[in-house]
Ligand binder design. Structure first.
Ligand code: NAP
Length: 350
């Protein structure tokens, strides 16, 4: 059964070569290719862009994921609509989530596509939030809750912008975020409801954090590592919980040592800090649990979806990645691959 007319060819991005240093034009190429074939055919609508893709372009990424293959379209979290199907469990017209991003159409066995309830969230792109990771870290690892003073480093990242709001929604007393500019620090406070934020370029992280958390912190959600991790250790209260999520300080530059902070072991031991590095594998339980929680908080008006929408279709994907790595975006970065919408949305979007 076919849902709508489909073309004979589509556009996809391929990894032309592994970058040396920062990814650059020429590393990724946009090509016209025959429409992929499979039991299920999906027209891709949105893809989540992320810093991690830089790492996955390397031959040996430092992440628990396979490298992008050279000469093929990379992987990426994507949602789209089923336009042809021979699998009754994945019917035409269904909204599905999958990993065949960077292309206009995806195809494969029905099991490669997870059906989502279109009515649960305000739009298909909401299913691509970094919520599962933020939720696992803030609720599962750090157990942030009433009375806690929480610090989120890299708080304008996709994960960080959701994690800080989760802490607030769970009753944290004070949520502090770090950002890469004054404008981004303002965005955290004015649009996402953080209690305070600082621009990490304004001075030593220890001084900036101490000013905003003079009595110390109970929870640290770390997206950056480096100097901010070291500052959080110094300001941790006894028994503070650290959810260690990312190492942006080293990941997005060539100085990987920036992502490898020193641990003041004596302080960590004497304060009995709980350090929890974690990896979110987006299991069905993690995804469904988050989406239901997200829907409830959106309905209650207690949450915004922090995001930047990038137009330009598949051809715009390489530049969207370069711009993300240049820190031009806010929150979850969503690339519209095909289709369009006139929906007018609430705050948190750019
Ligand atoms: N543990 C897990 O399961 C898991 C899952 C997903 C992601 N992660 C990790 O979580 C982190 C956030 O991921 P994401 O996809 O949400 O990130 P993202 O959206 O790609 O983050 C982009 C933002 O990171 C900030 N940034 C860039 N370079 C930085 C630097 N040198 N120091 C500090 N901040 C920098 C910039 O914000 P500013 O301009 O405000 O600095 C930039 O806008 C990454 O380290 C990622 O690998 C972990």
């Amino acid at each position: 059964m076919t849902y709508e007319p489909v073309p004979a060819t589509h556009r996809e991005v391929r990894l032309a070569r592994r970058p040396s240093g920062a990814p650059a034009p020429g590393d990724l190429e946009v090509v016209e290719a025959p429409l992929p074939e499979g039991e299920v055919l999906v027209r891709n609508e949105w893809m989540l862009m992320a810093s991690a893709y830089r790492e996955l372009m390397k031959e040996r990424p430092g992440l628990p994921l396979p490298p992008f293959p050279v000469g093929e379209a990379p992987t990426g979290r994507t949602v789209g609509t089923v336009v042809r199907s021979q699998d009754p469990a994945v019917p035409v017209g269904a909204l599905v989530e999958h990993f065949q991003g960077w292309r206009e159409y995806a195809a494969g066995p029905g099991g490669a596509f997870a059906v989502r309830d279109r009515d649960l969230l305000p739009g298909p792109e909401y299913f691509l939030s970094n919520g599962p990771t933020a939720w696992l870290g803030m609720a599962g690892m750090a157990e942030a809750g009433p009375g806690d003073v929480v610090f989120v480093s890299g708080a304008t990242s996709g994960v960080g912008s959701v994690a800080g709001q989760i802490a607030k929604a769970r009753g944290a007393r004070r949520v502090i975020g770090s950002a890469g500019s004054k404008e981004k620090a303002e965005y955290l406070v004015e649009e996402l409801g953080f209690d305070a934020a600082f621009d990490r370029h304004d001075g030593p992280a220890l001084d900036l954090l101490r000013e905003l958390a003079p009595d110390g912190i109970d929870v640290f959600f770390d997206n950056t590592g480096g100097e901010q991790f070291e500052a959080a250790v110094q300001l941790a209260r006894p028994g503070a919980r650290f959810a260690l999520c990312g190492a942006l300080a080293g990941q997005n530059g060539d100085d990987t040592s920036a992502g490898r902070p020193r641990l003041d072991l004596l302080t960590a031991i004497s304060r009995q800090l709980v350090l929890r590095p974690f990896a979110c594998f987006h299991t069905p339980d993690q995804i469904d649990g988050w989406n239901r929680q997200f829907a409830q908080w959106l309905d209650e008006g207690r949450f915004v979806y922090p995001r930047t929408v990038v137009e330009g279709g598949v051809a715009g994907a390489p530049q969207a990645l370069f711009d993300l790595l240049d820190r031009k975006f806010y929150g979850n970065v969503l690339l519209r691959l095909t289709g369009g919408t006139d929906r007018i949305d609430e705050g948190g979007s750019r």
